[in-house]
Design a binder for this molecule. Structure first.
Ligand SMILES: [Zn+2]
Ligand SMILES: [Zn+2]
Length: 338
């Protein structure tokens, strides 16, 4: 089969004769139809680590969907022909963390597309328990976004949005745009989005942002006051810079929740002013991957209530995968079509 093999920092090579994966008893073989390029893939490609450690050579790609072409002997729930979206994370279900339900803190967690061969290939094997069936009516490239939606959903679950709330999203990339929509589905009725890239504002408006501000240009506190955004209950930070994390704390209202969702550089730090947090009685939260949220994410996508179509900016053939890792292409979500 054809596969894009990651050999180490900056080195992905397409191999037309990669061995077909063998299907274990509890596994299914997918014909990959679409696989999103995640920020994590870009980080790993640049030599950093993802949520779990990566040991090349391996096929990256953990945001994918496909059609089942073969099932193992012990597979009971999934059938040949099913359309599947995959939860890439594999937990042991036996360690203390798993048994208390924190499967994302599994002592031995591994991930398809990081430690095991993933979706930047024509075929991929996954465990039956990683599979969520989606109706044939859902386009594969949208189904492939189930994993980022599931990660966002975990962040939303932890953000404590209440019906009627005002929410600020910092960062209008793919994740910020998903968060903007999920915040509204969770009950937020007023949303403001901050980004230094104003090209993102028309889409943010289309997806429900009432106000868009450019912190590099606008006087954000004055604009917030002018438009009556004086009681921001939840801030979801999706930009990953020290400044944006500090902005999140600054713009949060009284008794607000600040969700620092982004992946910052590992050595990123901010000056911490506990007095400012004390005066506002802030709750600071972070969110890690997608524990038990993949099924709900699949349901939300199936319901059609998320606009994912407009978030996909680039479709790249597997042969041209290196194009997807060039800086500058990624205006939105890039999807590899094997
Ligand atoms: Zn991802
Ligand atoms: Zn475990």
């Amino acid at each position: 089969m054809k596969a894009a093999v990651f050999h180490g920092k900056g080195d992905i090579r397409v191999d037309a004769n990669y061995p077909m994966p063998k299907v274990g008893d509890h596994q299914v073989l997918l014909r990959v139809k679409a696989c999103g390029v995640c920020g994590t893939d870009v980080h790993i490609h640049a030599g950093a680590q993802g949520a779990t450690d990566c040991n090349p050579p391996v096929i990256l790609g953990h945001e994918f969907a496909g059609e089942v072409v073969e099932v193992g002997s012990a597979v009971s729930r999934i059938k040949v022909g099913d359309h599947i979206t995959v939860n890439p994370n594999i937990s042991c279900e036996a360690c203390d963390a798993c048994r208390r339900g924190d499967v994302h803190f599994c002592d031995t967690m591994t991930a398809t597309g990081v430690n095991h061969d993933g979706g930047f290939a024509e075929y991929c094997v996954v465990l039956e328990k990683q599979c969520h069936v989606i109706p044939d009516s859902v386009p594969f490239e949208e189904a492939a976004m189930c994993e980022p939606v599931a990660c966002c959903l975990h962040g939303i679950d932890l953000s404590n949005i209440k019906l009627g709330d005002t929410v600020m999203i910092i960062g209008g990339g793919t994740i910020g745009m998903i968060m903007l929509q999920l915040a509204q589905l969770s009950g937020a009725v007023r949303c403001v989005l901050l980004d230094v890239n104003e090209n993102r504002f028309p889409l943010a408006k289309k997806l429900g942002a009432e106000l868009t501000l450019n912190p590099a240009k606008d006087d954000v506190p004055a604009e917030l006051r002018k438009h009556g955004f004086t009681d921001i209950r939840v801030v979801i930070e999706c930009a990953g810079k020290a400044q944006t994390v500090m902005d999140a704390i600054e713009y949060a209202g009284k008794a607000a929740t600040v969700m620092i969702f982004s992946l910052t550089e590992p050595d990123c730090s901010i000056p911490w002013m506990p007095f400012a947090a004390f005066k506002k009685e802030l709750t600071l939260k972070t969110s890690f991957v997608n524990p038990n949220t993949q099924g709900r994410a699949a349901q939300i996508i199936t319901s059609g209530r998320l606009n994912l179509k407009d978030l996909i900016s680039d479709r790249v053939a597997l042969d041209d995968i290196n194009e997807a890792f060039k800086p500058g292409l990624r205006n939105g979500k890039t999807v590899i079509i094997p």
